[in-house]
Write a protein that binds this ligand. Structure first.
Ligand code: CP3
Length: 328
């Protein structure tokens, strides 16, 4: 489940009461503990390292704050070529070593019980936060830049790609067994502009990671990207992860037998448990025709009852085993 280590869990909130979000990310023992919580409490089949996609931007020299209730904020947004020149190319061991330390702790503590997934944001999605200065409704600064000086923006995206490659390689070296690339705001672009703006730096990351001797499976997630399926299909990743807005059968028809991940509506975890179970069965039926990792279509909502998250995981395990048995 996306954001499976998070505020819906009382055990997570207890730790958050003692440490702010960035401190939690930067304290390997605490980050490891909250990473493992959903494995023990909810029974998920994989751990997702507790960190945030925005951390490498901080390592590049952009001051990052998490303001309670408001989400992330960059008080000095990057909006010009001069701003780009002020960013560093960080030594990731030095500036992001806490993430790798948390990864090593999680691997050791889980001792092979379930695999551990690392992750990063795509350059386009990371730039969205860095250029706007935080979350945004319309991304006007980013989009204005993309029309007035696309080459300048491409320089920023390329710088982010280079740091991301070093960061994601570090996660693999520390024990990540798969990597997910989050393109939360890729869907803002039409297919042609996604291909010209977002894809080149993303492709650079994917190609670099695939070429590693210790390469791991790659998952690409896009939110609101139904119109991008044709482009996603060409991306050489192992798994395509999508939101809930389009049935998986439609996604399957567009991308073929590639393994899909998704696409349970996180809001449907607020439904009564029998309805959750019915919907899990429906998602599994929709996913046939290739590999399918049952997952949420976006982050779990903080108000989700823990029982409901457990019911989702339990139904996914029970029903997917059953469909395997019947297909044999
Ligand atoms: O369990 C996991 O999935 C691992 C950890 C994880 C977090 N963020 C922790 C987190 C992951 C994989 C992310 C990815 C992430 N972070 C994305 C991509 C996925 C998506 O949601 O689209 C994005 C866009 C971010 C940036 C970010 N971090 C935002 C916009 C926010 C604020 C929104 C919110 O939900 O409050 C965060 C904060 C954040 N990252 C929290 C967690 C658990 C909540 C912080 C808290 O405890 O107060």
């Amino acid at each position: 489940m996306m954001r499976q280590a998070g505020r819906y869990l009382p055990e997570y909130r207890a730790i958050r009461a003692k440490a702010d979000f960035l401190t939690l990310c930067k304290t390997p023992e605490l980050a490891a503990e909250v990473t493992i919580q959903p494995v023990r409490i909810v029974g998920v089949d994989a751990a997702i390292l507790f960190a945030d996609i925005l951390l490498p931007l901080e390592a590049m020299g952009a001051e990052l704050q998490f303001v309670k209730g408001d989400g992330p904020s960059f008080p000095h947004p990057v909006r010009t070529r001069e701003d780009i020149a002020r960013l560093r190319t960080p030594d990731v061991e030095e500036s992001l070593g806490y993430v790798f330390a948390a990864m090593r702790l999680v691997r050791r503590e889980l001792a092979g019980q379930v695999p551990v997934i690392g992750f990063g944001g795509t350059p386009w999605t990371l730039a969205a936060y860095l250029v706007e200065g935080g979350g945004s409704k319309h991304f006007e600064h980013l989009l204005a830049w993309s029309y007035t000086d696309p080459e300048g923006l491409a320089v920023l995206l390329d710088r982010i790609a280079d740091t991301s490659i070093a960061y994601l390689r570090g996660q693999i070296a520390a024990g990540a067994q798969a990597l997910q690339l989050f393109d939360t705001w890729g869907g803002v672009l039409d297919l042609q502009r996604w291909r010209s703006l977002a894809l080149p730096p993303l492709r650079k990351i994917v190609d670099a990671l695939r070429a590693l001797p210790d390469a791991v499976p790659l998952i690409y997630y896009v939110n609101g990207g139904n119109h991008l399926l044709e482009g996603m299909k060409e991306l050489p990743v192992d798994v395509l992860s999508v939101d809930w807005r389009q049935p998986l059968s439609t996604v399957r028809a567009a991308v073929g037998s590639r393994t899909l991940q998704g696409n349970f509506d996180p809001a449907a975890l607020l439904a009564p448990i029998p309805e959750i179970e019915r919907r899990v069965a429906a998602v599994i039926a929709e996913g046939k025709g290739g590999g399918h990792i049952v997952n949420l279509g976006h982050g779990i909502l903080p108000m989700t009852p823990v029982d409901h998250a457990k019911a989702f995981v339990e139904a996914a395990k029970r029903l997917s085993t059953k469909s395997e048995a019947t297909s044999e």
